[in-house]
Write a protein that binds this ligand. Sequence first.
Ligand SMILES: NC(=O)c1ccc[n+]([C@@H]2O[C@H](COP(=O)([O-])OP(=O)(O)OC[C@H]3O[C@@H](n4cnc5c(N)ncnc54)[C@H](OP(=O)(O)O)[C@@H]3O)[C@@H](O)[C@H]2O)c1
Length: 257
Amino acid sequence: MADAVVITGASSGIGAGFARRFAARGHDVVLVARRADRLEALAAELRSLHRVEAAVVAADLTDPAAPARIAADLADRGIRATGLVNSAGFGTAAAFAEEDDALVADEIQVNIAALTLLTRILLPSLIEARGLLVNVSSTAAHQPLPGLAVYAATKAYVTALTEAIWQETRGTGLRVLALCPGPTETEFFEVAGSETFKVGPSVSVDVVLDEAFAALDRRDPGPVHTVGAGNRAQGLLGRVSPRRLRLWVASRAVGSR
Ligand SMILES: NC(=O)c1ccc[n+]([C@@H]2O[C@H](COP(=O)([O-])OP(=O)(O)OC[C@H]3O[C@@H](n4cnc5c(N)ncnc54)[C@H](OP(=O)(O)O)[C@@H]3O)[C@@H](O)[C@H]2O)c1
């Protein structure tokens, strides 16, 4: 069985960055997303630059059957998942009453359900390998965000789930991390069709990855790492502020009511 790090959302942005960093460290990788052409191009780049194996699994995570299918695909290819990075995700920006039903259903399926099920299916293998689990959450998880209500709630779920997994797997040697970047220069805003998510200054993917790997290089990175001192301070303030004040500040920051 060949060991590999499985990365969802590897066709772009933070997921592609994780794939490049893991490959540069000599890990074989499995690249998951819908755009197979992009994944194939990245896989070719990683094979030639770093002499690692890079497998491509094209999957649409809005399909509830996708996580099980990905796991079956890994088994067919004789790949053991020693690491999992759940980076696939997207956001919708609108007042809740004006959200598009189908898009919201997909957002919940990709950001929450697929992440949960893929993590559950691969967890025994990750634990056996004393490997790592990174769930890409967001600073949006730190407080409810009027105007980005569903997105922020999906990310609050991701952080809460990951924290509980961190606690449940203590002592197993598995490193578990909920990574909370703030605005990051990726295709995220273009996909969302909105800059509303840019609450505060944006950073590059490299800044996010430098902090993520500094955390992962510790024996216990988790349960949560927020990228950037300003975002960490804002997260802390959010946790200790009265709920109404927190919502008022958040709605001003997002530019909603
Ligand atoms: N950029 C930011 O400011 C920011 C801040 C905090 C957290 N995040 C989080 O970081 C993660 C990565 O986002 P990013 O910034 O790197 O954005 P991105 O450049 O748009 O990348 C999103 C990735 O998710 C994949 N994806 C989306 N829908 C999918 C689906 N239905 N099935 C399979 N894969 C799907 C995309 O691949 P395909 O389109 O090829 O399927 C792409 O690889 C997300 O979870 C996002 O919420 C982003």
